[in-house]
Design a protein around this ligand. Structure first.
Ligand SMILES: [Fe+2]
Length: 346
């Protein structure tokens, strides 16, 4: 039986063709980072929505309302984009039309689910498009420029294994709080190249919270947990956090969760009940069977960042390149710095 937390939306050939044309138009206009493109993406999403079947609409609606951990879009056209012998450098890839096309398609798919693509001022240099690839070493295969004696940053720009996490920042989930915008409501990933078929892992959290039980879940809502600063933050910006909850009630989907297996710890002043709850939570996570998704260019994975953790193993083939965007749901209330393209305070 398929996991009820995950849904699949397969485009028919006519929809896939329209999606290709629209995505190319958006890319030609400069992609997610260009002024006016978000509005175009919304218009194209509206046109595409008119072609959806009732089942496809229902599936999308479930994601929009916060009831799904992940939605896999499939049967899209794969661009003619041959695998290179080596991964090009980051700046070259960021300018490249192949990247821009997938980023634009991601923006359009976010808009189809009524989400808004955005960037944080403190993260990824304020850019919408994040390239997930081994630019900094730490993968199974050594990069040509890699010095194995040097420490490698624990971020999506390395090849290191990334334990289960939601995306930072970890201050709040839906409504801005204490000068911080909420964590991304969702992230969307597409693979430009993934020659070794390396999976992205998803852990839906609803079942884990149910198994945890009411008292432990309640303890996770207390301000008893600390987190360390993310290494993808802009130098000098973004902070570690102290005394935050992991779990919160949320009317859309029932809960929102923020957690990172390699960044969260118990606060010094936490109660024993909170300590026991964190132990129980981590024990359940250890037992969880992550759901593997092997991304390729004909697919995109939309992950609910309030309802599911994600992670990956050590990168094996250094040509693996994912293109990621963050999205805010219609319920999110960030602190907006500029509207177009949408930039928010982290
Ligand atoms: Fe991530």
């Amino acid at each position: 039986m398929k996991d009820l937390e995950v849904a699949y939306l397969q485009f028919n050939p006519a929809q896939a063709l329209a999606l290709t044309g629209f995505s190319q138009e958006l890319a030609n206009s400069g992609g997610p980072q260009a002024c006016g493109v978000a509005q175009k993406a919304n218009e194209y999403a509206e046109a595409l929505r008119a072609t959806l079947t009732p089942d496809q609409r229902t599936t999308l609606q479930r994601f929009t309302e916060g009831h799904l951990s992940a939605l896999l879009f499939s049967q899209m056209h794969s661009p003619d984009d041959p695998l290179p012998e080596y991964l090009p450098c980051q700046s070259e890839l960021e300018q490249d039309q192949g990247t821009l096309y997938l980023a634009s398609r991601n923006q359009l798919l976010l808009a189809l689910a009524r989400y808004r693509a955005f960037a944080f001022d403190i993260d990824n240099d304020g850019k919408h498009v994040r390239l997930v690839a081994n630019f900094k070493g730490g993968g199974t295969t050594q990069r040509p420029d890699e010095d194995r004696r040097r420490p490698v940053e624990l971020s999506s720009h390395s090849g290191l294994r990334l334990g289960a996490h939601t995306e930072a920042p970890y201050n709040c989930s839906v409504i801005a709080h204490d000068g911080h915008s909420p964590a991304p409501s969702a992230l969307i990933l597409a693979a430009r190249w993934n020659p070794a078929q390396e999976p992205t892992h998803i852990i839906p959290m609803a079942g884990i919270i149910e198994r945890l039980g009411g008292l432990h879940a309640l303890a996770l809502t207390s301000c008893s947990f600390d987190f360390t600063r993310s290494e993808c933050f802009v130098s000098g910006q973004g902070q570690a956090g102290k005394a935050v909850p992991i779990l919160q009630f949320d009317a859309n989907g029932g809960f929102s969760l923020r957690y990172n297996a390699y960044r969260f710890s118990l606060n010094d002043h936490a109660s024993q009940a909170a300590e026991r709850a964190l132990d129980a939570f981590q024990a359940l996570l250890m037992q969880a069977q992550p759901l593997p998704f092997v991304l390729q260019a004909d697919k995109a994975l939309l992950i609910n960042n309030c309802r599911a953790l994600h992670g990956r193993d050590t990168v094996m083939d250094n040509r693996r390149l994912l293109v990621r965007l963050f999205g805010y749901s219609p319920f999110a209330r960030p602190l907006i710095i500029s509207d177009d393209p949408l930039l928010v305070r982290g």
